[in-house]
Write a protein that binds this ligand. Structure first.
Ligand code: NAD
Length: 455
């Protein structure tokens, strides 16, 4: 297929091809599940080559995550795809009304490198389940996983239904210049703006799954040891290259020292004395990112870690203490294994500082105080999050996942993925046999009857 014309070609096929019915979609998703299962070892190997991920993390956050998503869709798709009858007001008698879920048409999905398998296939499953044709463009930074994705997509889907296009900037620009029916982008906030601008040229609806600095707020009532353990897990999973990773920690000043000691002790339990020799600790995707991260380290504030080895793209789990809002590390999303700790005296001041900054993708509160939870849910804007945990809100297919403001637009996962890629077509079915004269001119004498019905 010609890259420059790919959207148009698929749109033409979309109009001429009736074959993507519900039965076909269900069968194809089952085939996708089988294809993934049969390549499980190879996928995990590819993720190890791209990111040094452990088998456990690769299965939990990539392969297993996608199998769960497919199973959830298979269990519900028939129900979701049914037209929904809705009530009709008496004034429209004797008509009937229904909403028909229909696909947008041809969807472009652009995905990043940090969970390269999951973040390519998860939106693809939603888009395809809803009946769309899909073009996916994975990141150029995770080539081994892309190779696996290409193999699987080529085996499972017909080319007219789902196509994987490889490429970096130039290829993505070629794709974005075309007119799509929907665009789904996962990546950085800066590229999100480029994608939205391109979509605006054709008034294409879109979802933006972006990033940002996700805070952890610990209050004085929290279980400090558990907070240290769960934050350490969420932060250093995939070496901090997780969009919803805790970016920084806000903690009462007098608890900072104990918290750091507890976190160091958990990190040693997780990854041993030297994380470099741990099978369970990931690598930084590219030297370029390792250099960027090394540039954020401020030696006098390093409480733990800080070692970097360019030859194997390793950066140790690192904790920085006594960090201030004006420090360089607080400017942009860290997206790596460095955790700044910001001590506070007054929790309201800490909250005010969060509110001054762009709305985060995630926010984590550690507390045993019920009233803090209300403040958390009602007053602070963020995409989604957890109370007394990190990252796990993503693992529930009943919770839509997405950002707000600069951290994103729209959401997906589970039913929300189906809804995201579905246009709700509203149809009013009128009777051809009864034609009440009331609505037609001349209106003389009818207004008071209208007011009788609509008050
Ligand atoms: P990125 O924005 O650099 O790249 C994402 C995709 O956009 C890639 O496929 C890339 O090829 C393409 N791209 C890059 N520059 C482009 C340009 N100028 N024009 C058009 N396309 C371009 O992001 P990344 O480095 O791959 O991923 C890291 C970012 O993604 C972080 O900010 C992270 O928070 C975010 N992220 C968000 C989520 C989420 O679900 N909200 C998930 C994972 C990552």
């Amino acid at each position: 297929m010609n890259m420059k014309n790919i959207a148009e070609e698929l749109k033409t096929r979309f109009l001429n091809d009736e074959s993507l019915n519900l039965a076909k979609r269900l069968q194809t998703l089952k085939n996708l599940r089988n294809s993934i299962k049969s390549r499980e070892v190879k996928i995990i190997e590819a993720l190890k080559r791209d990111l040094g991920k452990s088998d456990f993390e690769s299965y939990a956050t990539e392969v297993g995550f996608i199998l769960e998503e497919i199973n959830f869709v298979l269990a519900n798709l028939k129900h979701w795809s049914k037209p929904k009858k809705v009530r009709t007001p008496m004034t429209l008698f004797p008509g009937k009304s229904a909403i028909y879920p229909v696909p947008y048409g041809v969807v472009l999905i652009i995905s990043p490198w940090n969970y390269p398998f999951q973040l390519c296939l998860s939106p693809l499953i939603g888009a395809f389940a809803a009946g769309n044709r899909v073009v996916v463009k994975p990141s150029e930074y995770s080539p081994h996983t892309t190779k696996m994705l290409k193999e699987i997509i080529g085996e499972v889907f017909e080319e007219a239904h789902v196509l994987l296009v490889e490429g970096a900037l130039e290829e993505t620009q070629t794709l974005l210049a075309q007119s799509w029916d929907y665009i789904f982008f996962t990546g950085s906030t800066s590229v999100g703006k480029i994608v939205m601008k391109a979509a605006a040229q054709h008034l294409t609806p879109l979802t933006l799954e972006l990033g940002g600095k996700s805070p952890c707020l610990i209050d004085r009532s929290a279980n400090l040891d558990l907070a240290a353990k769960r934050i350490a897990w969420g932060k250093f999973l995939n070496a901090g290259q997780t969009c919803v990773a805790p970016d920084y920690v806000l903690i009462p000043r007098e608890l900072q020292k104990t918290f750091i000691e507890k976190m160091i002790s958990h990190l040693k339990m997780f990854y041993g004395i030297e994380a470099r020799h741990s099978e369970d600790y990931s690598r930084i995707i590219h030297e370029k990112h390792l250099d960027r991260l090394s540039g954020l380290l401020l030696s006098q504030k390093i409480a733990f870690g800080g070692e970097a080895y360019r030859e194997d793209r390793f950066l140790a789990p690192t904790i920085m203490e006594n960090v201030g809002w004006d420090d360089k590390i607080m400017e942009d999303e860290i997206f790596g294994p460095i955790l700044p700790i910001l001590p506070y005296d007054d929790i309201n001041e800490a909250v005010q500082n969060i509110l001054k900054r762009p709305k985060p993708l995630a926010f984590y509160l550690f507390t045993n105080n019920e009233s803090q939870k209300d403040l958390y849910v009602d007053k602070i804007p963020f995409g989604g999050g957890c109370v007394n945990d990190t990252v796990l809100h993503l693992a529930n297919p009943h919770l839509p996942f997405g950002g707000i403001g600069t951290s994103g637009l729209g959401s997906y996962h589970g039913k929300k993925s189906f809804d995201t890629f579905t246009h709700e077509k509203s149809i009013f079915h009128q009777s051809p046999n009864i034609d009440l004269p009331f609505r037609y001119p001349p209106y003389q004498g009818k207004l008071r009857w209208l007011k009788f019905f609509i008050r």
